[in-house]
Write a protein that binds this ligand. Structure first.
Ligand code: ATP
Length: 587
């Protein structure tokens, strides 16, 4: 497939808001792809070169992209920067600059080079080359590669190449929509998405899933199983707010485990090769060489995939330290120093693969038994504290002991025959029951920073207040839920200012907001917030369309930042509108 044909599809996608229409537009183009190119097309459509767990990103600094554009068009860097400021979007700036260039000046400038008709795979290859160029002088090389490419493509292609460089295609296509379009393209039926989603949840690899579908068909997709070193989308928990509700959910008997407040980790091991993946399937192996050693020392088997929570641990006092400690271990530099400063312990709670077989469909108690067969406890490796409970008193006792032992609360887990591991799902096989009796709302929300206002006075030059939103999994959009302006330390505000760059003047396509924000961001940072109460609101869009009146949404009153930047969650893993509505209905 020619890259320009894919770009025409992106342009059409950009210009519609309707989800079904988007699926159709995308499916129409995907149906023309062959089995060799569909993998790369799928990755590019999500704005990526590789699945997240590979850890190779394209993103270039804005300054470098500006230089490349100036070189490619023969304009001064200043005029490119001006256009960028005006449009606020590298893609639009590139499109405009190349559009303005007449064919003759283009030919003169590019030394009689013709505009090339690039195949999608060729574009992928050039971008991959740029991403992998490292070491001394690499910035200059990247700029040269990119400007060389930009000078040989059409203005529309330049729009999307620049957006790939900026890290967001801005077509509004997320993984769920792509899966639906792939299903429609190849099987003629969007409903078969469920099988693609099942496969995707097992390997987090869109290239593999789409190639399997196009090369071998739907039956082969149905057979896709867990693979070592390809992270499985994590299973998530529903919430309950009392021991009675917890018991009721499990019809009288359930397993309880401590809910540790740390970093979730999925551990893949084959012989001495151990890799660690975060909750959002990122490779975090390099940040925890100590954990790799603990795992290797305690393993009783050569191959497995297990899950647990890494917590900071004070071995002298034999106690778990608060989340803020372990969060310091997420650094990419000075790792040895941090290992010494923040020792950790891993509490294991599940096994997903062992004995060369997926364990996802085994019931919970069997998996738990299996866990103990493949790894043994040590000072740094423990199994999560667990019991089986049959009445509310037992649950309350376990809960209070968990809080005393510095945990966040407890997890209730089904012990029934169907207590399988639901990869990528927030089902009722697991529930969480967290502390927070003193606050009016017993739960916290992980919300995406959607927009901001510039601060005044002491905060001048930084962001002052933030617009926060939840995620709507069905529509693939972010909806506003609250505005927050207090509770941030100077350090937090510096961090936000450094990490969050204004995107463009217009609100991003995947944001549903009636509130006008001075600045809009790419969805990137998730923060934990509590509040007093969830109320109906005509201003906020959270759950709008699911309420009694179509004009109303839900809002969080008196929001408070807990101090936790949830950087192991991707924006699509933020609290969903559905969860918020359930909490609202149970308030
Ligand atoms: P939260 O912010 O409440 O941790 P979450 O959205 O990260 O929620 P949930 O599925 O809602 O994830 O809650 C389960 C989380 O609790 C897991 O992602 C994991 O990180 C953590 N956890 C701690 N102890 C356990 C345990 N024993 N079993 C399962 N998960 C546990």
């Amino acid at each position: 497939m020619k890259f320009k044909d894919l770009c025409q599809c992106y342009f059409r996608l950009e210009n519609t808001q309707k989800k079904l229409e988007m699926v159709d537009i995308l499916a129409e183009t995907l149906a023309k792809a062959n089995e060799k190119e569909i993998g790369k097309i799928s990755l590019l459509t999500l704005g990526k070169l590789y699945p997240d767990f590979v850890g190779i990103e394209l993103m270039l600094a804005e300054k470098m992209a500006t230089k490349a554009l100036a070189l490619a068009t023969g304009k001064s860097e200043k005029s490119v920067q001006n256009l960028l400021d005006e449009t606020g979007d590298l893609g639009k700036a590139a499109h405009k600059l190349l559009e303005n260039k007449t064919q003759s000046t283009l030919l003169a400038f590019t030394n009689q080079q013709e505009i090339e008709q690039y195949e999608v795979q060729e574009i992928w290859g050039i971008l991959d080359n740029i991403a992998k160029t490292t070491g001394e002088g690499s910035s200059d090389k990247k700029i040269r590669f990119l400007s060389g490419l930009l000078s040989k493509v059409t203005s529309l292609e330049a729009r999307y190449i620049s957006r790939l460089i900026a890290g967001n295609l801005r077509t509004g296509v997320a993984a769920q929509l792509l899966l639906e379009a792939l299903s429609k393209a190849k099987t003629g039926n969007r409903e078969n998405k469920e099988f693609l989603e099942r496969a995707y949840n097992r390997c987090s690899d869109i290239e593999y899933v789409s190639t399997t579908l196009f090369a071998k068909g739907l039956e082969a997709v149905k057979q896709v199983e867990v693979k070592l070193f390809s992270p499985i989308k994590v299973m998530l928990a529903q919430r309950v707010s009392s021991s009675e509700e917890l018991l009721e959910r499990f019809k009288g008997t359930c397993a309880l485990e401590y809910k540790y407040d740390g970093l979730r980790v999925q551990i893949h091991k084959k012989n001495k090769d151990v890799k660690l993946f975060s909750r959002s399937t990122e490779n975090i192996t390099n940040q925890f060489p100590d954990v790799i050693e603990f795992i290797n020392d305690s393993s009783l088997d050569d191959e497995f995939i297990i899950e647990g929570e890494i917590v900071a641990f004070d071995h002298d006092k034999e106690s778990i330290l608060p989340f803020q400690h372990v969060s310091q271990r997420k650094r990419k530099h000075d790792i040895d120093q941090k290992i010494a400063e923040v020792p950790v312990r891993v509490y294991l709670f599940d096994v997903l693969y062992s004995d060369s077989k997926s364990k996802l469909d085994s019931p919970y108690l069997e998996r738990r038994e299996n866990l103990k067969e493949i790894i043994e406890e040590s000072k740094e490796i423990k199994f999560s504290h667990q019991t089986i409970a049959e009445n509310a008193d037992e649950i309350d006792d376990f809960f209070h002991q968990a809080i005393k032992d510095s945990c966040e609360g407890i997890m209730g887990k089904s012990v029934g025959k169907d207590s399988v591991y639901q990869a990528g799902a927030r089902g009722w096989n697991w529930v969480k029951y967290k502390a927070g009796y003193d606050a009016q709302l017993s739960d916290s929300f992980d919300l995406v920073i959607m927009g901001a206002e510039y601060g005044k006075g002491k905060r001048a030059g930084k962001y002052g207040a933030f617009l926060l939103g939840c995620y709507d999994e069905i529509e693939g959009v972010y909806q506003t839920f609250t505005k927050i302006g207090t509770g941030f330390s100077d350090e937090d505000l510096d961090f936000f200012f450094k990490e969050l760059k204004p995107f463009e003047r217009d609100k991003p396509k995947e944001f549903q907001s009636d509130i006008e924000s001075s600045i809009w961001f790419n969805p990137k940072i998730v923060i934990e917030v509590t509040g007093d109460e969830i109320t109906r609101s005509q201003l906020h869009t959270c759950s709008r369309g699911l309420m009694e009146s179509d004009l109303e949404g839900l809002a969080l009153r008196f929001p408070r930042f807990t101090g936790k930047i949830v950087d192991d969650k991707a924006p699509e893993q933020a609290t969903t509108n559905d969860e918020i509505r359930t909490i609202y209905l149970n308030q």
